[in-house]
Design a protein around this ligand. Structure first.
Ligand code: PEP
Ligand code: MG
Length: 545
């Protein structure tokens, strides 16, 4: 038996045989040509064919993994039409008198390199998308075959990495697990695996691929990130048991869909979901969340090469609100800075970025950025049940300034005759000890609080959340944190506001009862944890002291 360890991106166990993913490698030769127009026409034909193929993949993905996850193929179709990409292909054909395949391959390398060189993790991953669409074009130019097909048996797919289109095209009925040597947990492939409920491990390293072969028997443990090749009897028995228990647990959780978040003695709370992108809405709906408790809007800025315009933001917020069909959607304003850096903001390097120029501090000192976002948010408010939340609050005067800017933006839009919701709830994150300690002063000014336990923990216990070396000092159950949350809950209720928790601690079911006893009204967690938290809430009895 051999064991390899990577990073599990979806927790489940799969037992079966290995199938090494065979990619139709494209090899391209540089050829001199005379008829430049004919080569350009070949590119146009290959593009039309690629668009039709991608439409087909999109339709398949739509059925299998939902609209939010199918969107990547719409993006691929858009990338195929990108002006810079197409200009580059034409220029290479024209200036070098070369064949279309070569021009596409060189363009692909240039663009992929450009994306890979970007600091931003999301943009880096777009390099794989460029390669994916370019290889499709080249295959079409070479009159290449169809997309990858599998045999009749269910298998564990092993690959160096998988492109999103390769992942979704694999027949879900025949895939037991995805296992890759490379890849990141933020890649669309990992997201797709999670949403397809298929165990997946990434980052197993190059040695792994060279040491396995087709047909090897294996067990994938997506919880621990381990894969066992030719497992011994004891390992097989242990993981068979784990698989059975997990399946039973998941089945039981599914039965909680449509049920209320209510304790045994009748107290109801809201369980909402946290998202970082419009793409995650499918998972929110699939897991039956009652709303969105935290939409980290900075994703729009992280994905962009420049400040997203009011129109771009409006389109994204409107889409989230419409998809949630009247359920509560709380969008947090820009939380850039610290670990979330965006080049075009030109932020200076700081000694202690977590204590630095970030989030609301940027918005208040660069009000043009803040106002653009608020205009987009208020305009989108007409399409659903919007709440706006502000991060990193530390003082009353800050909040006064924010509320004044909000009224100014509202008045401006009203004067322009723009339709808006009558009521947009305004809230703040309680994620600094200062905000928690003066929560009695802040509560009368807002409709709600949402406790960001990730930052509240780092600031209260003085433990850098980015530093794995000091994880042992990061006691998330520390009484100081729990008391700050409790005091904030008392303050909120005393002044008619509601309070939720949207940091990772909200999903810690060993604290669910404590949170309920504090009077927490809402818990906002990753979509995949909604049913687990519902289960915990339904087992609590608050009638005993
Ligand atoms: C938090 O700090 O708990 C939080 C929810 O915000 P983020 O993790 O985005 O900083
Ligand atoms: Mg935070």
């Amino acid at each position: 038996m051999k064991k390899y360890t990577g990073k599990g991106v979806y927790g489940a166990v799969a037992i079966g045989k290995i199938s090494i993913f065979k990619r139709q490698e494209v090899s391209v030769k540089r050829e001199r040509i005379d008829d430049i127009d004919a080569q350009k026409q070949r590119v146009e034909d290959a593009k039309a064919q690629a668009t039709a193929q991608l439409q087909e993949i999109y339709d398949k993905a739509l059925k299998e993994v939902g609209e939010a996850n199918a969107q990547i193929f719409e993006i691929h179709m858009m990338m195929l039409e990108d002006l810079d990409y197409n200009d580059s292909i034409c220029n290479i054909i024209e200036t070098q008198s070369v064949n279309a395949e070569y021009a596409v391959a060189v363009t692909s390398d240039n663009f992929a390199e450009m994306f890979s060189a970007m600091d931003d993790a999301y943009m880096k991953e777009r390099a794989a998308d460029i390669r994916d669409i370019s290889n499709r074009l080249i295959r079409n130019l070479q009159a290449g075959g169809s997309d990858n097909a599998l045999g009749d048996d269910k298998v564990i797919i092993c690959a160096d990495d998988l492109a999103p289109s390769e992942t979704v095209l694999l027949d879900k009925e025949k895939v037991l697990a995805f296992v890759t040597a490379h890849g990141s947990s933020n890649s669309h492939t990992a997201i797709l695996a999670r949403n397809m409920n298929i165990p997946a491990i990434i980052g197993l390293g190059d040695a792994f691929l060279s040491e396995i072969k087709d047909g090897d028997s294996a067990i994938v443990d997506g919880f621990t990130g381990e894969i066992f090749i030719s497992p011994d009897e004891e390992t097989t028995a242990r993981l068979e048991k784990k698989q059975k228990e997990d399946e039973e647990k998941k089945k039981l959780l599914q039965e909680l869909k449509g049920k209320e978040n209510v304790t045994l003695d009748g107290k109801k709370i809201n369980i909402y979901a946290n998202i970082g992108s419009v793409d995650n809405i499918g998972a929110v709906l699939l897991n039956d969340a009652g709303g969105i408790g935290l939409f980290r809007s900075e994703f729009l800025y992280l994905e962009s090469n420049d400040y997203p315009t009011e129109e771009q933001q409006f389109a994204a917020y409107k889409k989230v609100l419409e998809s949630m069909a009247g359920k509560k959607v709380i969008i947090r304003t820009l939380d850039i800075g610290a670990d979330k850096q965006v080049d075009y903001f030109n932020l200076a390097k700081e000694e202690n970025p977590a204590l630095g120029y970030r989030a609301i501090r940027i918005c208040l000192t660069r009000p043009e950025i803040f106002k653009t976002q608020l205009r987009a948010l208020y305009r989108a408010s007409a399409y659903g049940n919007l709440g706006i939340m502000f991060p990193m609050i530390t003082s009353v005067s800050e909040l006064e300034k924010i509320l004044a800017i909000c009224s100014e933006v509202r008045d401006e839009l009203a004067a322009e005759g723009v339709e808006m919701a009558e009521k947009v709830e305004l809230g703040i994150m309680i994620e600094t000890p200062a905000a928690a300690v003066i929560s009695d002063l802040l509560a009368p000014m807002v409709d709600f609080f949402s406790v960001g336990t990730n930052d509240l923990t780092q600031y209260t216990l003085a433990v850098d959340r980015q530093n794995p070396e000091i994880e042992e000092f990061c006691d998330t159950h520390h009484e100081a944190i729990l008391r700050l949350i409790e005091f904030s809950a008392q303050s909120a209720h005393k002044h008619g506001a509601w309070i939720g928790i949207c940091g990772e601690l909200a999903a810690d079911t060993s604290l669910t009862e404590r949170f309920l006893r504090m009077g927490i009204d809402e818990l906002s967690v990753s979509p995949t944890f909604v049913l687990k938290v519902r289960e915990a809430v339904r087992s609590v009895d608050l009638s005993h002291a």
